[in-house]
Design a protein around this ligand. Structure first.
Ligand code: NAD
Length: 257
């Protein structure tokens, strides 16, 4: 198994892309910590299901990624990690002049600052082991912008900058850091935007998906959580040992436009 013996933490992984990545890492043989802030019985059941499905050691650790001390505690409680996937994220859509200040703060904390705090806690162990992979889940919005997503676009551009700095500091230590930049993937974060977009554009669901969302994606199709997981497993492979400080777009051609 490609990742046997490696210990992974995936932040924000009780749904969507994080869960897809956790599943693929476990299928590749890594032991995996999944995380959310909820600590619901379903979160622990999900870890047990993943473990059953994949044969890997999978456990759930609760930590709120909006809180710096909980980000660092997650890594400590996991006993460190070889693979850190910074994935937790939220979205809010509004014009800048109407954007609630507390939403700005929450998006910057969860989508950007959490990756700094978990990386700070995880890197010393990776350096000591001489091997590590930090993979930050940015977005096509880490490379381009859209109106009404000021905090998200700012946070994701910040994640790309953090990725480059982490890669430079880790260079020569067997540790790489890269960002995956997904286009639209049909997960709960995207589902939640559909009713608002239907109202704003006075369109039905199918038309919003085709003409508002996938109009940015030349392939005309959503990317999938399995594709994000496969990309993460590749970045953990030996073939990717010299890939560092870069972004990998999985966006159906969005950022080629
Ligand atoms: P999602 O809503 O399914 O997943 C978000 C995850 O973050 C959930 O597991 C949730 O529990 C967790 N989370 C939220 N707040 C948290 C907190 N305070 N503490 C801990 N965990 C928290 O959405 P998703 O699409 O799977 O998003 C995952 C990542 O991918 C995000 O960073 C998002 O910005 C990014 N992304 C998604 C898309 C897309 O189209 N779905 C595109 C580009 C980037």
């Amino acid at each position: 198994m490609q990742l046997a013996g490696k210990r992974a933490i995936v932040t924000g992984s009780n749904s969507g892309i994080g869960l897809g990545i956790a599943r693929e890492l476990a299928r590749a043989g890594a032991s995996v910590v999944i995380n959310s802030f909820t600590d619901a019985p379903e979160d622990h059941e999900l870890a047990a299901t993943l473990a059953r499905e994949t044969g890997a050691d999978v456990r759930y650790i609760q930590a709120d990624m909006s809180k710096p001390e909980e980000c660092r505690a997650l890594v400590a409680q996991a006993g460190g990690c070889d693979i850190l996937i910074n994935n937790a994220g939220i979205q809010h859509v509004a014009r800048i002049e109407e954007f609630p200040g507390e939403k700005w703060d929450a998006i910057i904390a969860i989508n950007l600052s959490s990756a700094f705090h978990t990386s700070a806690a995880a890197l010393p162990g990776m350096y000591a082991a001489g091997w590590g992979r930090v993979i930050n889940i940015a977005s096509a919005h880490g490379l381009t912008a859209s109106p009404f997503k000021s905090a998200y676009v700012a946070a994701k551009h910040g994640v790309v900058g953090l990725t480059k700095t982490t890669a430079l500091e880790a260079a020569g230590k067997g540790v790489t850091c890269n960002a995956i930049c997904p286009g639209y993937v049909l997960t709960p974060i995207v589902e939640k935007q559909i009713p608002d977009q239907m109202k704003t554009h006075n369109m039905d669901r199918e038309t919003v998906i085709k003409e508002v969302m996938l109009s940015r994606q030349p392939s005309g199709a959503f990317a999938t959580v399995e594709q994000m997981g496969g990309t993460a497993v590749f970045l953990c492979s030996d073939a990717a040992a010299q890939i560092t400080g870069t972004t990998i777009s999985v966006d159906g051609g969005w950022t080629a436009l």
